[in-house]
Design a protein around this ligand. Sequence first.
Ligand code: FMN
Length: 348
Amino acid sequence: MSDPLDLEALIGPGALGYFAGGAGSEITLRDNLASWSRYALHPRVLVDVSERDLGTTLLGRYRPHPVVVAPMAYQKHAHEVGELGTAEAAARTESLYVLSSQTTTSPPDVARAMEAVAPGSDRWFQLYVFRDRAVSHDLVVQARESGYEALVITVDFPVAGWRERDRRTGFTVEHPVALNPSGPPLTTEQLFAMHDPSLTWDDIGEFADAAGMPVVLKGILRPDDAERAVDSGAAGIIVSNHGGRQLDTTLSGIDALVPIAQAVGGSVDLLVDGGVTRGWDVAKALALGADAVLIGRHLLWGLARGGAQGAEDVLRQVLAELDSTLALLGCPAAADLDASYVGPRAVG
Ligand SMILES: Cc1cc2nc3c(=O)[nH]c(=O)nc-3n(C[C@H](O)[C@H](O)[C@H](O)COP(=O)(O)O)c2cc1C
């Protein structure tokens, strides 16, 4: 087959469609990947780059690098180790880990696994607000009690995107610990129907008050929503189109970041995702105003291929590429990347 990783043979057509697919005609899914090459890097020469620092600051704390593991649901369908694999990879590479609320491993189990690898490792918890609010509140308590540092509330999922691959394959999900720990497998449509489509800014305030930890809003693409997020007390914003899985033909994350950074940059932490596969993508995001970058599917393919080690290999490669990019750009500190290092690429 044409796929060199033969992922379909590895995880089956249903899981592959779920993980790889996007919404609608998948225009945004493809554009997320293409968008990074619309920006060109502008290297500066004759700078001493013998010492390099990939570090960034998030929620007021220094982090050794800006690469974050994106929250992704149902990871046991990619590899039997599931979330424990990506979480251990994050702990081994000092990467901030974001656990999905549609996890197939409980938040305390993930926390224990990370602590066993690297005491003090960084993790945030991603929250979907379900129609059954008690399920969401219970998840927040579990997360807080097991040392998750921030609550990432995903705000771009009032209903599921129009996902034709799942409709075709009829993919069913097992073991989402919060929603259906021991029940029969559910279709993604049944699971997504549990999301609360009536969620508004008022509810965000209520969850933020009850969270007892900083709140980051994930899935913002408009500057006016970014301003509203800041006004509502969010400590961070993740500029994201959900990996092209929600509304087709939106802006890519990196294209949406630029006006959002102009509107709220400096007053809140800004993260971006969508189609990140390379260290130079990360450098472009930082130069355009992001403080950190989330990686989704690129890491999942590492997990599917090689469990925790496969995911770790992916993270290590992206970090090595970022290090090399800083040297070649003549900007030895990632925190010093600014708009002078990037511009639009001439098309032609
Ligand atoms: C299989 C899969 C499951 C996902 N599950 C969640 C989720 O549970 N919560 C969430 O906020 N985002 C979820 N996302 C979106 C990711 O957090 C992230 O925004 C996106 O994958 C980034 O794009 P990339 O995959 O091109 O890197 C999921 C993405 C994928 C591919």
